[in-house]
Design a protein around this ligand. Structure first.
Ligand SMILES: [Zn+2]
Length: 480
């Protein structure tokens, strides 16, 4: 029998978030370290979580008219260098392939750090007429960005993501697409992942290399550091010009189309773990949890057959949900409860001899909001309802936690004081200049995260750096 105390190896989340996080991820077997420094292995439980996230996003992409495609991992250096800002932004993170077998290549090949270069080069061959527009493509793939240290899911040299790439006839259409995707991501992140984020625009310094405008979603982790949960970029005509993509418009003139690109990655798994987990381990939102419900027979040796039969009936009654029956006779019920809580399974169903006698079952939500005895005939309906409740409670609790980290600062002393006391999002008035942005970064050792459109020009105040009056407010935070 395994050590019943084994799950206690996860340190307290409040003591050290970093240690807790690593232990929670390793213990739940979401991922492990790979032999190559900076790389990780996604284990089956983690991959099942990713697949659920992937499916829910993919359905949304397809419902909005996008199609999946696949482009090669290897990108010729010359392609990559065609958009100057783009190559400068990514240069330090690129892995290069220099040999084919033992032959040195004449031109180095990049392992894709993102695919704008290769995809736009292909678009130039495919897009000829206004009838070819819009192009609405998405790619699910792996990405390489050189990292020396690994933080499982959060920072690794290779990770999984999706990248959307679109082309449009007009600037307005491209902007609409950029915002449509931002909304789609928000629906997924807030709705399915129960994760609150601040959504809005990035200032110049934090924009994607090559984009006209970057929209971002910024989540707040329990240690007061922000984590970028995803981005949607309006690329303007930069890439279309760099890659010479031209189409003949209805008016018989050649024009460059307008582009967008957007992505979220397996990093979201890290954000999800940190947002919802607790001292017992993971806590996964029902909408994406690999196992939504675990059924545990309570066995005493007497009447066990009836209990096990009833548990099988319970699994059948819960068809349509992701259900696991844990009838392993070698483990005690108590050990299993700890194990399932560590794995973050949102709802547990317990059935013992008394429950069989009373034609019922016991439902236990992972957030400890109370066990309840239900009639067996209500099992499916009550479980569905409880899963919805757990999902909503996770959203509400996470939103409360994020809000408790948000504050306004009028001067640098106030900013630093707040940061020391309660790190999180700190909102300041900012005149919009690069000089003042740099000064805020220097003075506070934080970075500008997001300008939330709904918060602009409601009230005015002095720029925290230069004192000039402005209606622009921006959130700063320390970041991952
Ligand atoms: Zn200023």
């Amino acid at each position: 029998m395994k050590d019943p105390e084994a799950v206690r190896e996860i340190p307290a989340k409040s003591a050290s978030l970093a240690d807790w996080y690593t232990a929670a991820v390793l213990k739940a077997e979401l991922a492990d370290y790979a032999p190559v420094r900076g790389c990780m292995v996604i284990r089956p439980y983690g991959y099942a979580l990713w697949e659920n996230m992937q499916q829910r996003l993919d359905a949304r992409f397809k419902a909005t008219g996008h199609q999946n495609a696949y482009f090669p991992t290897l990108i010729p250096e010359s392609f990559f260098q065609r958009e100057a800002r783009h190559v400068a932004g990514f240069a330090p993170e690129v892995w290069w392939v220099t040999h084919r077998g033992s032959d040195k290549l004449e031109e180095r090949l990049a392992l894709r750090p993102t695919s704008e270069a290769i995809i736009n080069a292909m678009f130039a061959r495919w897009v000829k007429s206004y009838r070819d527009l819009p192009v609405l493509l998405n790619q699910w793939c792996n990405i390489f960005r050189a990292e020396k240290a690994t933080r499982l899911f959060l920072r690794t040299s290779e990770f999984l993501w999706q990248e959307g790439h679109t082309l449009h006839r007009t600037y307005e259409e491209a902007q609409e697409e950029t915002l449509r995707i931002l909304d789609l991501y928000l629906d997924f992140i807030r709705g399915d992942l129960a994760m609150p984020v601040l959504a809005g625009i990035k200032p110049e310094s934090e924009k994607f290399a090559g984009a006209d405008r970057t929209y971002t979603m910024e989540a707040m982790m329990p240690d007061g550091q922000a984590l970028q949960a995803g981005t949607s970029h309006n690329l303007g005509q930069g890439f279309a010009r760099a890659f010479d993509i031209k189409y003949l418009d209805e008016d018989n003139t050649e024009k460059h189309p307008w582009g967008t690109s957007w992505g979220v990655s397996s990093r979201l798994i890290g954000a999800l773990v940190m947002t919802h987990g607790d001292d017992r381990g993971l806590f996964l939102p029902p909408k994406v949890a690999p196992v939504q419900v675990v059924v545990v027979p309570i066995l005493f040796g007497r009447g066990d057959d009836a209990v096990l039969a009833r548990c099988s009936e319970a699994v059948a009654a819960l068809a349509g949900l992701r259900v696991k029956l844990d009838a392993d006779p070698k483990q005690t019920a108590g050990w299993k409860f700890n194990q399932h809580e560590m794995l973050g399974i949102p709802v547990r169903v317990e059935i013992g001899p008394k429950d069989v006698e009373k034609a019922g079952a016991v439902l236990v939500p992972r957030d400890g909001s109370g066990k309840r005895f239900i009639r067996f005939e209500d099992l499916k309906a009550k479980t569905d309802k409880l899963l919805d409740e757990v999902q909503s409670r996770m959203s509400a609790a996470a939103l409360d936690r994020m809000r408790s980290t948000m504050a306004d600062a009028a001067d640098f002393a106030g900013f630093r004081g707040r940061l020391a006391e309660q790190p999180g999002f700190i909102r300041v008035f900012w005149c919009g200049t690069q000089d003042c942005e740099n000064r805020i970064i220097d003075e506070t050792k934080t970075t500008p995260r997001v300008i939330v459109p709904g918060e602009q020009n409601k009230v005015r105040g002095p720029c925290i750096a230069c004192g000039k009056e402005t209606g622009t407010r921006i959130h700063y935070a320390r970041t991952y």
